[in-house]
Write a protein that binds this ligand. Structure first.
Ligand SMILES: NC(=O)c1ccc[n+]([C@@H]2O[C@H](COP(=O)([O-])OP(=O)(O)OC[C@H]3O[C@@H](n4cnc5c(N)ncnc54)[C@H](O)[C@@H]3O)[C@@H](O)[C@H]2O)c1
Length: 249
């Protein structure tokens, strides 16, 4: 396990499958883990693991920034690691592009991109003063090509998250801060991904698995291991990188 002990770690969307797996990974290394989510059940799971949790609607960017300030205040120090994991499709499914409403578009952009912008902006002040820090953004295969979900705003937001990753890496590298992204392939984590997977049918599922070099779907732990590596000192000369964790395509 890469060294992340005693670090102050903040994870958005901590109540999701990836969020909980990432939290377990950091907790097992002795980190002080804080997380936020809008889902009380997920937050309760994270609290039971030993995380400090807060209910925050990350579409509200001032509220997102205020949560970072509270974490820093409570811990009495700058955040060492920020994981921008909150995101997803906000309960949406593919619609013809001419039928996509402004509200649906804005929600997906806000949770996948706006939240990462606000949380990073808030955390980078303390990281800059400390002269160190790491941000890991959870992107997607939909950041690199069209999304299997067919949701235009999701692909757009995840592509833009890579732009934010590279730009912040460039701007904050001189301050000792690294910014990287993990791009997971499909992992069955919730009702939406379960429904997506079942929708492919047997032949479609075989075709997807046949296109993956390692011939399996990923797990939340696969993603968590990549995140903890990028956050750790083992990756201390890696920044602005996009690490696909998809079994090879
Ligand atoms: N599961 C996959 O196949 C897959 C693949 C690629 C990328 N991802 C990305 O990984 C991340 C985690 O996904 P997941 O599959 O674990 O489950 P998920 O998509 O359900 O996770 C999203 C988490 O963010 C939280 N969230 C959503 N909107 C929020 C808001 N407005 N305020 C606060 N929290 C909010 C949700 O409650 C949930 O806990 C997401 O960014 C997702 O886009 C997932």
């Amino acid at each position: 396990m890469p060294k992340v002990d005693r670090r102050l770690v903040a994870i958005s969307g901590i109540g999701s499958a990836f969020g909980l797996a990432i939290a377990r990974r950091f907790l097992s290394a002795g980190a002080n883990v804080h997380g936020c989510d809008c889902d009380p059940a997920g937050l309760a799971e994270a609290a039971a693991l030993g995380c400090h949790v807060a209910e925050v609607d990350l579409v509200d960017r001032p509220a997102a920034r205020a949560w970072i300030a509270r974490v820093e205040h409570d811990a009495g120090r700058a955040i060492d690691v920020l994981v921008n994991n909150a995101g997803g499709v906000a309960g949406q499914s593919h619609q013809r592009f001419d039928r996509v409403s402004d509200a649906d578009w804005d929600t997906v952009i806000a949770v996948n991109l706006g939240a990462a912008m606000a949380l990073s902006q808030a955390a980078l002040g303390g990281m800059t003063r400390a002269g160190r820090g790491a941000i890991v953004n959870i992107a997607s295969g939909a950041a690199l090509r069209a999304s299997m979900t067919g949701i235009q705003a999701y692909a757009t937001a995840k592509h833009a998250l890579l732009g934010l990753t590279r730009q912040l890496a460039h701007e904050f590298g001189p301050h000792g801060i690294r910014v990287n992204a993990v791009a997971p392939g499909l992992v069955i984590t919730n009702a939406a991904t379960q429904q997506q997977w079942q929708g492919y049918g047997d032949a479609g599922q075989d075709a997807i698995l046949g296109g993956i070099a390692l011939r399996r779907l990923g797990t939340p732990d696969d993603i968590a291991r990549a995140v903890s590596f990028l956050a750790s000192d083992d990756a201390d000369f890696i920044t602005g990188e996009i690490l696909s964790v998809d079994g090879g395509r």
